[in-house]
Design a protein around this ligand. Structure first.
Ligand SMILES: NC(=O)c1ccc[n+]([C@@H]2O[C@H](COP(=O)([O-])OP(=O)(O)OC[C@H]3O[C@@H](n4cnc5c(N)ncnc54)[C@H](OP(=O)(O)O)[C@@H]3O)[C@@H](O)[C@H]2O)c1
Length: 335
């Protein structure tokens, strides 16, 4: 299998490249700066391309089974990589957190990818894939689901500059929630507190969760939405242009490893019956690299459905979640 990383010089792209090398995957590093790409530890196959030159991008992806795009922000720079992947017949994964971008991948690129025999799995991150998988498993516990909510908890979080840019894009539009058969813009205000295992009850705010978009593709529910805890909300609220310009590339390694994340899925039936589960782990950016690479290896190794595919349909949910355990990511239903 041959994998490519687009945006390999970024904070997340470097972690993704390192994880591919650790797993012994033949890897091509792609970006706009050849010198910076060549300087990445383990780099052997590098391609410098411009997002404004579609044919060079397609050439760079030819011969690769799968590309992991780590560009920032996706809303502004994501499209040329998806288009090139479809043209090159290369499966596509990204590390996006931007809900509107994820919706665009499903709505705009899904049919083109299906026609080309390509699978697209956006939001292969510490929240996007665990949130989708645990929501599907929790929903399956009820005979019918009325409401499904995913609570994101990020603790002791240091954000990369790319994440800050993504948050700015996300703040430009209200969160989307699935309500009564259609996507609706919701207010970005407070929601009911969420009870995080080990961290207790936390105030919560509406979040444009990327997994809300993929869950709607495989779970029938009257409403599907997402919330975030106070740490994440405070990080997002503090981001001015000045703060972002002055921010370092990303948190240093010890701070990065100290972060923790929990994704809780809560489903409720119309008769009040509930089901609940969660996924929890540390090192949010390192875990994103592990999760994106696990998804890439699985897409590269066996036939998955084509088009834009929710993680729960692209992968076996329990098998995928169990594969994360050696990396300190655990999951539980009914707690
Ligand atoms: N849970 C989550 O939601 C989650 C977790 C991790 C990451 N992410 C997302 O992953 C993305 C990457 O984050 P990051 O922190 O790694 O960002 P970053 O450090 O800023 O890296 C961004 C990458 O995109 C490249 N890039 C930006 N604009 C470009 C352009 N016009 N042409 C070509 N390349 C361009 C950069 O290349 P140069 O190095 O040449 O500038 C760099 O390689 C973000 O969208 C972030 O939100 C999300």
């Amino acid at each position: 299998m041959k994998a490519a990383v687009f945006g390999a010089t970024g904070y997340t792209g470097r972690l993704v490249a390192a994880e591919l090398f650790r797993r012994g995957v033949d890897t091509r590093l792609i970006g706009r700066d050849e010198k910076a790409l060549s300087a990445i530890a383990g780099a052997q196959d590098v391609r410098a391309v411009s997002l404004n030159d579609p044919s060079s991008l397609v050439d760079a992806l030819r011969g690769c089974d799968v590309v992991i795009s780590c560009v920032a922000p996706f809303t502004r720079f994501g499209a040329p990589v998806v288009e090139a992947a479809i043209a090159a017949g290369c499966h596509y994964i990204d590390t996006a957190g931007e809900q509107r971008w994820v919706r665009r991948v499903y709505d705009e690129f899904g049919a083109k990818a299906a026609a080309a025999g390509v699978s697209l799995v956006p939001a292969a991150t510490d929240d996007g894939i665990p949130g989708d998988l645990i929501a599907g498993l929790v929903a399956a516990r009820l005979s019918e689901v009325d409401t499904l909510r995913v609570n994101h908890g990020l603790f002791d979080a240091g954000l990369s500059r790319g994440t800050m840019l993504a948050f700015r894009e996300m703040a430009a539009s209200p969160p989307l929630a699935w309500q009564d058969g259609e996507w609706r813009e919701t207010d970005a205000g407070a929601r009911e507190p969420a009870d995080f295992p080990g961290d207790g009850e936390q105030p919560s705010w509406a979040l444009p969760g990327p997994e809300v978009v993929s869950i709607q593709r495989h779970v029938r529910a009257r409403t599907i939405d997402a919330t975030m805890n106070a740490d994440l909300a405070a990080g997002a609220a503090s981001l001015t242009d000045e703060v972002i310009a002055a921010a370092p590339f990303g948190p240093p390694e010890d701070e990065r490893r100290a972060t923790r994340f929990t994704m809780i899925a809560e489903a409720r039936a119309a008769d009040g019956t509930t089901a609940r589960g969660h996924v929890t782990g540390g090192d949010a950016y390192g875990s994103t690299a592990v999760i994106a690479v696990e998804a890439a290896v699985r897409l590269g190794a066996r036939a998955a459905p084509v088009g834009a595919v929710p993680p729960s349909l692209a992968f076996d949910p329990t098998e995928f979640l169990d594969a994360l355990k050696p990396h300190g990511i655990t999951w539980q239903i009914g707690a």
